[in-house]
Design a protein around this ligand. Sequence first.
Ligand SMILES: C[S@@+](CC[C@H](N)C(=O)[O-])C[C@H]1O[C@@H](n2cnc3c(N)ncnc32)[C@H](O)[C@@H]1O
Ligand code: SF4
Length: 377
Amino acid sequence: MREANPIDLTIPLSLYIHFPWCVRKCPYCDFNSHPLRGTLDEAGYLRALRQDLSAQLEDVPTRSIQSIFFGGGTPSLFSPDAFAELLDGLSELMTPDAEVTMEANPGTTEYHDFHEYRAAGINRLSLGAQSFADVQLERLGRIHSACETHESFAKAREGGFDNVNLDLMYALPQQTVDEAMFDLETAIVLAPEHISWYQLTIEPKTEFARRPPILASETAVEDMEKRGHALLAEAGYRRYEVSAYAKDSHQCLHNSNYWRFGDYLGAGAGAHGKRSNATGIIRTSKPRQPRLYLADPETTKELPLRLSDLPGEFMMNVLRLFDGVEFELFTQRTGLPIEVIGERWQSLVDLGLASEERLTATPLGYRHLDSLIQRFL
Ligand SMILES: C[S@@+](CC[C@H](N)C(=O)[O-])C[C@H]1O[C@@H](n2cnc3c(N)ncnc32)[C@H](O)[C@@H]1O
Ligand code: SF4
């Protein structure tokens, strides 16, 4: 691999904060989430987060934060006061129009008031609806009914949230194409600004991997995708990433920064980060187990990326974006000259899988995204 130039250090910076507890573990989930036993030690976790953040922020003294994502687990188990305190401590480091998202589980939203989350400084909400069929919610081990999702959505609107995402999954156990379309149609009627529509994957070491449910057939899944994409497009939701659909200009800034290979700090149990500095790019991670994290919140494991890994890491992210990115971004974000991927890119252009104008797959290439990305790994 050739020598790299310095990376452009004015690249955007985001912050991810992880909340590792849930009321109960869903059988499909392999996120770093742990069933809450006993009461939540909110003050203890906040103390750890403050220590963690102040240590990590020392490494990026001159950069401002353009987006914050409180993810989980179930952040909505924590009170509005907890977020107000965290955001107060970060306010001087944030850009004035920073996007601040919180994930919420509809089964926890009677615990706290949405007005208060909004007043704390959260301006985007991501509700884990998953499905609007109670039978599916039960199979998925969810702690809420479809009715509770409707109630949570209404409360979010009443509470002043004008930027809401709904998470939905398809290809659910025994799901028919019509049932998957019903879920999308119901979401569309609610008119959130953003919909994330994920294909259910059976992740190793989950309850579903141990006891596999009967899944929808491959042809049913293809039909779901064909009809689902058309339905979302007709309703004005533009697909801008593999699973992300937005109305107007409501793309998620935070996730888009990951996909554009921007930098982000990761705080909280099991959180990952990526940071560029004068010598290269470092991936960071925190201890996954809440107990270990709480015992030592300041320790961050750092893993410098090898120059030879950069093209693959970059392409794996940017090609997920439906519009891809401009060629210049490759050098800005990796410090490597574009020639490093030039020949491989041209061979994909020749096959009709990639664009000549920018780093983006053609519609045909997008349907074979995994094999396209493989070329750079
Ligand atoms: C980080 S999870 C957390 C959201 C929140 N805890 C909840 O479940 O309501 C974000 C989203 O990923 C999706 N997801 C989780 N596990 C998945 C799986 N195995 N396959 C597909 N999507 C999954 C779900 O739609 C979920 O809402
Ligand atoms: S609530 Fe969300 S994070 Fe928690 S176990 Fe279920 S899917 Fe995973």
